[in-house]
Design a protein around this ligand. Structure first.
Ligand code: SIN
Ligand code: MN
Length: 200
């Protein structure tokens, strides 16, 4: 067992072949055409370095009122449907009984990162979070279910899928950096991470 598996992370390296990755990117471009990427602000008023949007019944938004799910894009209007290719991965790996309510789409351009955090804005932690990586390599850092303690790092590559359930569901995690330009999947470079969540 790897250190990450010991912490409950189920990693499926290269789960998606190149054709499936490219098809997902096409679907995500259509989502972003309807629900444009935006720069989220932390509750402290700082711009996050990732840009994000969502698909599904809910999108994840942040701002002076804190972190929450919202049925509307910050620009107004509902979020687009979750692309079928994303739903298929969820149904194959998580559940065919219940689809996710939200697919959060994070785009990491050059220099973008994400600090250690827990995913805890959902109502029911018995549902795992499904994470899909596309494009440039990203260095995932995984901590513990409480703040502090030792961490373990792992490079996520395009096509890798991670299921964060059980002990991993409330484990602190973040992305220290990306290797900009390491993948040719996205024409402009960068990394996309999708996280599918059951919200309520
Ligand atoms: C997240 O925690 O929302 C993103 C994780 C990742 O980019 O791999
Ligand atoms: Mn997260």
């Amino acid at each position: 067992m790897t250190e990450l598996e010991l912490r409950g992370f189920r990693i499926l390296p290269g789960y998606l072949d190149g054709a499936r990755q490219a098809a997902l990117v096409d679907g995500l471009r259509a989502v972003a055409a309807k629900a444009p990427l935006f720069t989220p602000m932390t509750p402290m008023g700082r711009a996050m370095s990732v840009r994000m949007t969502s698909a599904g019944r809910y999108g994840w938004v942040s701002g002076s009122s804190g972190y929450r799910y919202d049925a509307a894009h910050p620009g107004g209007g509902p979020w687009p449907d979750i692309p079928g290719g994303v739903l298929q991965i969820w149904r194959d790996l998580v559940s065919a009984r219940r689809d996710p309510d939200c697919c959060l789409i994070n785009y990491y351009g050059e220099g973008a990162r994400m600090g250690l955090h827990q995913d805890r804005d959902e109502a029911d932690f018995s549902w795992p979070v499904l994470s899909i990586s596309l494009g440039d390599d990203g260095l995932l850092r995984v901590g513990n279910t409480a703040r502090g303690g030792s961490t373990v790092s792992h490079w996520l590559r395009s096509g890798d899928v991670v299921v964060m359930g059980g002990d991993a569901r409330l484990t602190y995690h973040g992305v220290d950096r990306i290797r900009f330009g390491s993948s040719s999947l996205l024409s402009g470079g960068g990394r996309i991470n999708l996280t599918c969540r059951v919200v309520d």
